[in-house]
Design a protein around this ligand. Structure first.
Ligand SMILES: Cc1cc2nc3c(=O)[nH]c(=O)nc-3n(C[C@H](O)[C@H](O)[C@H](O)COP(=O)(O)O)c2cc1C
Length: 162
């Protein structure tokens, strides 16, 4: 027998991406994004959803780039800091000594210790309701050595992702 359930989160668990963005003055920030997913196979694209009240929102709007990271289970602190603190209150990445390097192609930072980092250029966006979904063309995928399959695709079974 089926009963009617809440319409929210009907698909169940959401992935958890840590998304880095950079403003026009070069300041980096990051937030956790659950509203995200693949949205094109060819060309390869993913989308990330940001609520306009997030500090990161103006940054992704300003420079049209982001890097989406998968976090290792050991990175609970980073997950906590990115998902609960706001860049409005200070530089959380500096405060937590997050290792950043410039992305190779897009204008945003890579969090060096994350097992997967996906560089994206924003090619479109749509305000769906609570979130604006930013469609990112994948420019480059960085993955921990050894964590790929025979097609050189990221193999999550070889990683311990949050
Ligand atoms: C599991 C989880 C999922 C989240 N998903 C989203 C999301 O999809 N979009 C969003 O804008 N915020 C999401 N958040 C909230 C932001 O990560 C959080 O408000 C963050 O502190 C915003 O940082 P900022 O203000 O520096 O941008 C999520 C938080 C958690 C813990």
């Amino acid at each position: 027998m089926k009963v009617e359930a809440n319409k929210r989160n009907a698909l169940g668990t959401m992935p958890k991406l840590a998304v880095t963005v950079r403003d026009k003055d070069g300041r980096d920030n990051a937030l956790i994004v659950g509203y995200c997913g693949h949205c094109s196979y060819d060309p390869p694209m993913i989308m990330v959803g940001l609520v306009p009240s997030r500090f990161s929102y103006h940054m992704i709007k300003e420079n049209g780039s982001f890097v989406a990271h998968l976090l290792d289970e050991s990175q609970a602190d980073l997950y906590e800091c990115c998902g609960s603190e706001s860049g409005k209150d200070g530089d959380k990445l500096k405060a937590h000594n997050v290792n950043l390097i410039d992305a190779d192609i897009v204008n945003a930072a890579i969090m060096k210790d994350c097992p997967v980092a996906i560089e994206c250029t924003v090619v479109d966006s749509i305000m769906t309701g609570s979130h604006e979904m930013f469609v990112g063309k994948i420019e480059k995928v960085h993955v921990e050595e050894g964590a790929t399959d025979d097609n050189n695709c990221v193999d999550l079974s070889k990683l311990n992702i949050i």
